[in-house]
Unconditional design. Structure first.
Length: 296
């Protein structure tokens, strides 16, 4: 039975084959009028006309690629301009003078109250070195006796006045003029210094026997180390005491004359085996009195 109907009031065309319906849809596609089939976009389906299948719908054009390209180009241009600016800045700095000021630089037109004086440079104090080729460095307290031979002591204390000075005293022996023995002073004296504190000493007193001051010998009998009995001539004399600055070996004062009495024979004596003579030592009390006076 045909579903085609001629228009109202007309006879069917005998030359037209009656329409028997649309052709069967291809496999995989739903037939017209079944669920899932939508009419073509923008065209309403007409009665009696089958929808067209397989016609692709053209995709909508997008401007996203153009926008991204413009953004990338702008970023590259900005980076190029920044790089050129940095390069010009670096090249320009090569022609500028070093901005670091020198210590003595001053402003060309100083403002009110500006100090234009140059910054004072700190200088190290000169090392005190005596101009003497005989200067020595003491290792022991006895080494300070070198002052009596004219040798400054490099590591002695600097003499800055008598009121704070520490002192040692030495005397020689007529039998050995270059041999100096230490003279002991009381440990209760302000100027006293222990042997271990020799670097604190700034004053050295030197006593030399006054030539021709020997007195009449006094005979003293002893038993020698070999058991023999010996007689020694014990001689009195006078000594001249002179004070020197330990660090420079310069004379700083006179201590006067110190007697070396020989009124009594000592219990122990050193003597010359050739001449059988021994010289009395300077009086310790007189030495301390001279130190008290000079270092007061």
């Amino acid at each position: 039975m045909s579903n085609s109907h001629p228009p109202y009031g007309e006879q069917p065309d005998p030359n037209v084959t009656p329409w028997s319906g649309p052709p069967a849809p291809p496999a995989g596609y739903p037939a017209y009028g079944q669920p899932g089939q939508a009419p073509q976009y923008g065209q309403a389906p007409q009665f009696g006309q089958a929808p067209q299948f397989g016609v692709p719908v053209p995709p909508q054009k997008s401007n996203r690629g153009l926008v991204i390209g413009l953004i990338v180009g702008a970023v590259v241009l900005i980076l190029a301009l920044c790089g050129a600016g940095i390069g010009l800045a670096l090249v320009g700095n090569d022609d500028e003078p070093d901005p670091t000021p020198t210590p003595s630089a001053t402003a060309a037109n100083p403002g009110p109250g500006t100090d234009t004086s140059s910054t004072p440079q700190a200088t190290e104090p000169p090392t005190e070195q005596p101009n003497n080729n005989n200067a020595v460095t003491a290792r022991y307290s006895s080494d300070l006796s070198s002052v009596c031979d004219g040798s400054p002591i490099l590591n002695a204390a600097t003499y800055s006045g008598p009121s704070t000075a520490k002192a040692y005293v030495f005397s020689n022996n007529p039998e050995r003029p270059t041999f100096w023995s230490s003279k002991i002073v009381g440990s209760d004296k302000r100027y006293y210094a222990k042997s271990a504190d020799f670097t604190t000493v700034s004053v050295v007193g030197c006593m030399s026997m006054v030539p021709g001051s020997e007195g009449a010998p006094k005979k003293c009998d002893y038993k020698a180390s070999d058991g023999k009995n010996v007689s020694v001539s014990y001689i009195s004399s006078r000594y001249q005491l002179t004070f020197y600055a330990a660090k420079t070996a310069e004379k700083i004062g006179d201590g006067g004359t110190v007697n070396a009495p020989a009124t009594r024979c000592p219990s122990f004596i050193s003597y010359n085996k050739t001449t059988m003579k021994a010289y009395a030592a300077p009086d310790s009390g007189t030495i301390e009195a001279a130190l008290d006076k000079f270092l007061s």
